[in-house]
Design a protein. Structure first.
Lengths: 158, 748
């Protein structure tokens, strides 16, 4: 049994793991109870499981939970809620930038981390930033518009 | 309903009550969407027949309304559109309408969700039920108010005298009681001039929850006492399980093996432990390994035993193909479409709670009602003791692995006597979801000296579907040796093998062959994507032979005014320059550019779509870049134009992905393209600019939207590549190595 203390969305969470290598994704979904982060491939190929660790977007399906101890983890739930969406989420809602929505949390988190680094991106830069996030429904056009809309709305944005 | 209804109510309630826990137990967050109405089980025992108003809607004492829809929202916007249709006919504010979808105990069986029939059939059933209810409410109000119906008006859930004075609300008139009325197919529908909700781009109710991580997917459902399970598929298709070394997972806390014949699963208290157990479990299998040679896929299809021929179109005669008359030019070509996966971003998931006398299964199935008796038979329970409840899944675009994962969960739950959640891994979804089948189409045409098409012949080789098969056979019962409907299904894959043009002499035949290498199921726009790629590419070949501009050639042979309008609209939007294809480009240029167009009249009776696009082809690398797409669509009445637009966007981008990148490959044992690295799909840097013209027809019935715009995409792409390069691509996918080889062939 491995005991870890995680900081997730500003709260401290103690978890006990059978396997010390348990990926962060499973801990977030099943132990912390934050199911907005999604299993897509387990291979860091699709981006559905993206969360922020210390402000950087990482793939929680291949990141052991123990590797993020002591760092601030932010999930899709930590960015905002339906009642109080963050600027990226608000832009996704305004653009109706989701169909099935399974990839959406990963898109939003990736975009948020990207905009923190590059608050005034070109469309080309947004495309590159999202190149590792797959969508099957074909919501790409709306996602691109939403990220650019969010950039315009965020403090320091264009 | 009498005693039987009460009995059903009692039996199903336990399962349904768990939904309450799912809806409210997540940190006080109640996800939006259909399936999380906490008190849904209060409706158990309600009518379900598709001819009764009460089957489709309930009007509550507080004036709110609950819809019961057998068809579900797969991310398509049905959740908005169905509410709009009912709000319109009932005159109830849309925000007062809740919706329950795809629950076999609560919703009428309106058939599966597919075929682009969600709004045009399912929504229209709801709309007629609402219109019938409105008439009944007027009658009730007339009695209550002591005035003739003609003196009354309806608005915002109230019936009032037109002359003013006190009205009465729906809640007061009905107040949770049943209306007890048959649906009146002739109940008057709102006239377009009176539309308040229909035709408006109302935001979808599920988007805020999806964007903030609060939407409840089947993947997120947690039940008290629930175990996590994984099914272990064999190393080779058709292999039998010989032995299992249970000691190999002894070190994993609580991990258990379930074996039923060759169906093998593991369960554990914790999900990661179930994953580890599935990877560590030592097994021995025998047999299998008899898949055909993938390199010979199309040769095998062409040579396969034909079960029967089906004539799709026959008019005039084909003598021009064989007469050898002077002035006739003939053309022949073969087109190939590969096996493809649905490619859902989330591997399929199902949750089941199987007891000795009943079962509840939560599933992202597109056909809960059809699978209800199938699951009952597999589980050895009466059909009315089995309840399937739809919950959102990752987009499925046909039948992906959702029903298999649900069945895996059901068998594991039955075996261990506790609720079980099974989520497939990535290699399960790519490797084992039922696939869209390969298509092989051969064409011949003759053109006379005036450039007219004197004869057109299509021959298609496609895997036969089993007549009357209710559902695609599932993996788990197959491996376990449990009874289920046997056969094959791929949907209506024979449609649109014949051209939409008024050529005088046409023959189109499908040679149905007995088998296919892998299990099949419907995949978005079943068959129409591949067939339209072939038909509209070959049409382009004829136009090129005739030396006629591709748009002009199509317009010359089209009589349908709505088809002509979408073709002209898409061409105008692209800025189409009339000239024959191919353009005469400098063969030494580093980048060649071209434009192409294609057209579909979906199933020859539904939506019309024209698709035009511009491409750049880089001969040195063989890379195709789609720069612009212009699409025009006429799908009749649009309930929610923005949802329609989203579906068209999705059709375009998903089919570009299928045409540019996608092919399932297998060795003699199993599918080998089981990751996104080996089965790549379209990425953000590749996404073109897309311009869409939607033609609203307020006075026409609604037609399908979820599929049609996918059909002309690959042909428009191939035609644009031909325009740019003079090379005709007849085999999908158009990967760089294939394009490069084709261009090299030209050079040589």
């Amino acid at each position: 049994m491995t005991r870890l203390t995680l900081r997730v969305n500003g709260a401290t969470r103690d978890v006990e793991l059978d396997d010390p290598d348990t990926p962060l994704l499973y801990v977030l979904r099943n132990d912390v109870g934050l199911t907005g982060t999604r299993f897509g491939c387990g291979l860091a190929q699709c981006g559905a499981c993206t969360v922020m660790v210390a402000g950087r977007a990482i793939r929680s399906c291949v990141t052991p939970a123990r590797a993020v101890v002591g760092q601030a983890v932010t999930t899709i739930e930590g960015l905002g809620s339906p009642e109080r969406p963050d600027p990226v989420q608000a832009a996704f809602i305004a653009e109706q930038a989701a169909q099935c929505g399974y990839c959406t949390a990963g898109m939003v988190v990736t975009a948020r981390a990207f905009l923190e680094q590059n608050p005034r991106p070109s469309e080309r830069e947004v495309r590159q930033a999202l190149a590792g996030n797959l969508c099957r429904c074909g919501s790409h056009l709306r996602v691109l518009r939403a990220v650019l809309r969010a950039a315009a709305a965020m403090p320091g944005g264009r | 309903m009498g005693g039987q209804g009460l009995s059903r109510r009692t039996f199903l309630k336990a399962g349904g009550a768990l939904v309450v826990g799912a809806g409210l137990g997540r940190r006080g967050v109640r996800p939006a969407g259909a399936q999380t109405i906490p008190s849904a089980d209060r409706f158990l025992g309600k009518p379900l027949a598709t001819d009764a108003v009460d089957s489709f809607l309930a009007i509550h004492a507080d004036g709110s309304v609950t819809l019961f829809s057998g068809k579900v929202d797969l991310g398509t916007g049905a959740r908005a559109a169905f509410r709009q249709m009912v709000a319109e006919e009932l005159d109830v504010p849309i925000e007062r309408i809740a919706m329950i979808e795809g629950d076999t105990a609560l919703t009428p069986d309106q058939g599966g969700t597919g075929g682009s029939y969600g709004v045009s059939r399912g929504g229209m059933q709801l709309r007629r039920a609402a219109a019938t209810a409105r008439q009944a409410l007027l009658g009730l109000a007339a009695s209550r108010l002591g005035r003739p119906v003609g003196d009354l008006e309806v608005g915002d859930g109230m019936v009032r005298p037109k002359a003013g004075g006190a009205g009465v609300s729906y809640g007061e008139l009905v107040g949770d009681r049943r209306l007890g009325l048959p649906v009146d197919p002739k109940a008057p529908l709102k006239a377009p001039k009176d539309f308040r909700y229909i035709g408006k781009s109302i935001p979808r109710p599920d988007v805020p929850a999806k964007v903030t991580g609060r939407n409840l997917y089947v993947h997120d459902l947690t039940l008290p006492g629930m175990l996590h399970g994984r099914a272990l598929r064999p190393p080779a298709v058709g292999a039998s399980l010989v032995s299992v070394d249970e000691a190999s997972i002894a070190a994993i806390p609580g991990a258990r093996v379930v074996r039923l014949g060759s169906f093998l699963g593991v369960v554990a208290e914790r999900e990661w432990d179930a994953v580890r157990a599935s990877r560590l479990l030592q097994t021995r299998w025998s047999g299998g390994g008899s898949l055909p040679d993938h390199a010979m896929l199309y040769d095998a299809l062409r040579a396969a035993a034909v079960v029967r021929d089906e004539t799709i179109a026959r008019r005039g005669d084909l003598s021009a193909l064989t007469a050898g008359a002077s002035g006739l030019r003939t053309l022949a070509a073969t087109y190939r479409w590969p096996i493809q996966t649905h490619g859902s971003i989330g591997p399929s998931c199902g949750v089941a709670d199987v007891r000795t006398d009943r079962a509840t299964v939560w599933t992202a199935s597109q056909a809960t009602h059809r699978f209800q008796p199938v699951f009952a038979r597999i589980l050895g329970l009466p059909t009315d003791r089995v309840r399937l409840i739809y919950l959102d899944g990752a987009g499925s675009y046909g039948q992906n692995g959702a029903d298999d994962a649900a069945c895996d969960a059901a068998l594991l739950s039955k075996a261990v006597g506790r609720p079980v959640r099974v989520q497939w891994m990535r290699e399960d979804e790519h490797g084992w979801d039922p696939k869209g089948p390969a298509h092989l189409l051969e064409f011949r045409a003759a053109m006379d000296d005036r450039g007219e098409v004197a004869a057109w012949e299509t021959q298609a080789w496609l895997p036969a579907s089993t007549a009357g098969l209710p559902t695609v056979p599932l993996l788990a019962p197959e491996a376990a040796g449990l009874p289920q409907p046997a056969g094959r299904s791929s949907g209506q894959i024979q449609q649109n093998v014949d051209p939409p043009y008024r050529f005088p002499n046409v023959y189109a035949v499908v040679h149905w062959v007995a088998d296919a290498p892998l299990r099949t199921s419907p995949i978005r726009a079943p068959g129409k994507v591949a067939n339209t790629f072939a038909v509209e590419s070959f049409t382009d070949e004829i136009a090129a032979l005739a030396g006629v501009d591709p748009v002009a050639f199509r317009l010359q042979h089209l009589t349908d005014a709505r088809g002509i309008e979408v073709l002209r609209t898409a061409a105008a939007r692209l800025g189409w320059q009339p000239r024959p294809s191919p353009r005469r480009a400098d063969p030494g240029a580093a980048v060649l550019t071209g434009r192409g167009i294609a057209y579909i009249h979906y199933k020859h009776e539904e939506t019309r779509v024209a698709m035009a696009m511009e491409v750049e082809v880089e001969p040195a690398s063989g890379r195709i870049r789609v720069t612009r797409v212009a699409c025009a669509q006429d799908c009749g009445l649009m309930i929610n134009p923005d949802c329609v637009r989203a579906q068209v966007e999705g059709n375009i981008l998903q089919t570009l992905s299928r045409a540019l990148h996608e092919e399932i490959v297998y060795d003699r044992q199993r599918v080998t393209t089981v990751t996104w690295a080996t089965y790549p799909i379209l990425t953000f840097p590749e996404v073109p600019a897309v311009e869409i013209d939607l033609i609203q027809r307020l006075d026409q019935p609604p037609l399908g939207v979820g599929e049609p715009a996918s059909a002309p995409v690959a042909a428009a792409l191939g035609n644009a590549v031909f325009d740019a390069t003079g090379i005709r691509l007849r085999t999908v996918p158009f990967r760089p190595d294939r394009v490069k080889a084709a261009l090299a062939g030209r050079a040589g």
